[in-house]
Design a protein around this ligand. Sequence first.
Ligand code: OGA
Ligand code: NI
Length: 369
Amino acid sequence: MVVTSTATVESTYDRKSELMAIDRSKAGIKGLVDAGLAKLPRVFVHDRLNLEIKSGPPPANVEIPVIDLGGVDNDSTRRAETTNQIKNACQKWGFFQVVNHGIPVTTLEEMINGIRRFHEQEPEAKEELYSRDESKKVTFNTKIDMSQALTAYWRDTLTCVMAPRPPAPEELPAACREIMLDYTNNVMKLGVTLFELLTEALGLKPNHLKEIGCAEGLYVMGHYYPACPEPELTMGTGIHTDSGFLTVLLQDQMGGLQVLHDNQWIDVIPIPGALIINLGDLLQLITNDKFISVYHRVLAKNVGPRISIASFFRTYIQPDNALRMYGPIKELLSEENPPLYKETNVVDYFKFKHIKGVEGTSALAHFKL
Ligand code: OGA
Ligand code: NI
């Protein structure tokens, strides 16, 4: 079938030049689609193993938890209930959705619209931001990796490093400048609330997670997944775990995000007005596996576009932060719960995060004792 015919082109396939041609166009996947592409370039075709995992039957009645944050700031009973729900979700799922989180629906809608406007504007306006230079605070690119044998994903992404030191407003693209600032202010506030609730759920002294810097660095990715002519051959986002502390994800109503739970891929059903929260590898590391970071992926579809915005609370490298150490939190350890991970500093963690590279392999294993 289609997969077999792919194998026959293998010998003539020059991965690097295919990738470079896509990069040189500076127009992203959307540029390919707009040019009328009918068959996927080889770099987007994922291997058979991943495609096979793709076809598991969806289990009935299993859904990631939906948690109501209403009242947590002024009602101690509600706060205790909510903390308990968060604790369960973080132990069993590593993923949950929140409603009544305090960010107005109009802000969420405008953020999705702003990211859409950015990706759908004239290619010339995006070109100047097209870059893989990770020292830049604002970049636009297609998720392909030049140095490693990773398969490319069917998506374009605008990345903005918004905290601790945001770019000057004029560095942000005009198509989404105001809403990017407004939305990320809101996400930073929500982050503080979430880290407080997580601190309580872990039974730590107030502000512990905030004090070790979990809520300081925010890295925002505005993804655009165009409709794909051969969705069964590729992935919107391949199987991965997030590497930071916590991710706040805003998705539109298209669907396609799946979470691995009990060896099954579970759809994360879009709920209007809700936000998805998931934990990253570094939170699993500092909680010594009390809370988990789980694999997830986004299927490619023949309809679209799908828009999502992932805001990652994570470490950042600045002179003042580079040597900060992260290891299992002492208060969570005991004779029965010995540390499972070694301590690492921010620079080393970043180095490893960047070389990990193998799809479906979490960076955590590297830090295991
Ligand atoms: C991510 C991610 C999911 C999505 O950016 O790490 O998992 O729905 N995104 O785009
Ligand atoms: Ni992710």
